[in-house]
Ligand binder design. Structure first.
Ligand code: PMP
Length: 430
């Protein structure tokens, strides 16, 4: 079917809130390229929103999934366990930097992992409150909507939200929130709203994802760890977007040397198959006992086969080094853009978790969300999928596969540059 025909079906049958605003339908994909239903070639700088760190349809993952389909597709692991689940648990336990010996539970999506992390923290501490952060994003289930540090468009009209969720400021010095202020805000939240006696956990992303690709300083993460220890609260680190190699380490928290109690992960762990995990210190993970953590499809054999293949690809293709190298290439291009364009500011990257901010006044860091939206639109017209994000809507994030070929990377970056030139006028120095 053509894009036009598919758009007609979408309009008629797909609920508004679930329908993509994009009009090109993906028909086929390979590494960093997608071909749409009309045969147009598109460069993918979104990577399925951080799912495709090793690219679309990595041959090794495809092969592992096909082989698993020929053996067992489903049993429900609480009814009849299978090898993939325990092997994934073993591997994740070995690579995840939590305190002590790690145990694992698998789920289907990032939000579901966060839901389970909160259940585990409550069972482990006997307390109920959770503290989350401005600009944080954790999902679209009720608990995670309550935990998000941004209401629209996720929670608008869907309330009431669950209680026992409190919020503290995330350190983003570029937007006027210093590390000291953020810590003061966190201590204040514990003094005023979320009594530590009743607080089970502090949940945070080591690099804000949807909130704008702002990394928390290592000293802030260390302070959060100390505050958790002081009050018998768990530190839960959400690595759904920053994990699995995006930042040049397997998990972004490794840059700080901090060992949290629980880590949530999803997205790139299976290169496109649905699966997520909570990995945490065994005593916490065992606190809930029995079969209460799971569901019909959690840790499906097919997704587990994909995870095991992804981990092999990381070893064989040196993905962490590639992520680091990609980040450096992006950083160089950002520097050039910052010099050339008045509207480009704050180029940053932790490994390949890379972004720029678009501004109407560089000295004042005034966000220009309209320009960010226009840039993404113009790029899409030129055959590039580009994503904005951030509390202020003016961050352009770069989530292309780490395995992207150099020529395709340059071609995509040239499209961003040409689109910017068209939108703001030809800069003198570019
Ligand atoms: N946590 C973070 C940090 C995320 O970036 C996301 C998804 N963007 C989620 C949780 C939710 O994941 P999912 O969409 O798979 O539920």
């Amino acid at each position: 079917m053509t894009n036009a025909e598919l758009n007609e079906l979408k309009k008629r049958y797909v609920a508004n809130g679930a329908a993509s605003p994009a009009t090109q339908f993906a028909d086929r994909a390979e590494n960093a390229l997608i071909w749409d239903a009309d045969g147009n070639r598109i460069i993918d700088f979104a990577g399925g929103i951080g799912v495709l760190n090793i690219g679309h349809r990595h041959p090794k993952v495809v092969e592992a999934v096909k082989a698993q389909l020929d053996r067992v597709m489903h049993t429900c692991q609480t009814v009849m366990p299978y090898e993939g689940y325990v092997k994934v648990a073993e591997k994740l336990s070995q690579i995840t930097p939590v305190r002590g010996h790690a145990k694992v539970m698998l789920a289907n999506s990032g939000a579901e992992a966060l839901e389970n992390a909160v259940k585990i923290a409550r069972a482990a501490t006997g307390k109920s409150n959770v503290i989350c952060f401005d600009g944080g994003y954790h999902g679209r289930t009720f608990m995670t909507m309550a935990m998000n540090g941004k209401v629209a468009p996720y929670a608008t009209d869907f309330g009431p939200m669950p209680g026992n969720v409190f919020r503290a400021p995330y350190p983003v010095p570029y937007h006027g929130v210093s590390e000291d202020e953020a810590l003061r805000g966190l201590r204040m939240a514990l003094k005023t709203d979320a009594n530590p006696r009743d607080t089970a956990a502090i949940v945070l992303e080591p690099v804000l994802g949807e909130g704008g690709f702002y990394p928390a300083p290592a000293s802030f993460l260390k302070a959060v760890r100390e505050i958790c220890d002081e009050h018998g609260m768990l530190m839960i680190v959400d690595e759904v977007q920053s994990g699995f190699g995006r930042t040049g380490k397997m998990f972004a928290i490794e840059h700080s040397g901090v060992e949290p109690d629980l880590i949530t992960m999803a997205k790139s762990m299976a290169a496109g198959m649905p699966i997520s995990a909570v990995v945490g210190t065994d005593t916490h993970m065992d606190a809930s006992g029995g079969n209460s953590l799971g569901g019909t499809y959690t840790g499906s054999p097919v997704s587990c086969a994909a995870v095991l293949a992804v981990l092999e690809v990381f070893e064989e293709e040196n993905i962490l080094a590639k992520s680091q190298a990609l980040g450096e290439k992006l950083g160089k291009r950002f520097e050039k853009w910052q010099k050339a364009f008045d509207c480009v500011d704050n180029g940053r990257h932790l490994g390949a978790m890379a972004a720029i901010d678009l501004v109407s006044d560089k000295a004042k860091h005034t966000p220009d969300a309209d320009l960010a939206a226009a840039l993404c639109k113009r790029a899409r017209e030129k055959g590039l999928v580009l994503l904005s994000c951030g509390l202020w809507g003016n961050t352009i994030r770069f989530l292309m596969p780490v395995t992207i070929e150099d020529e395709v990377l340059e071609e995509g970056l040239d499209i961003v540059e040409a689109s910017l030139k068209e939108l703001v006028g030809q800069p003198a120095t570019a």
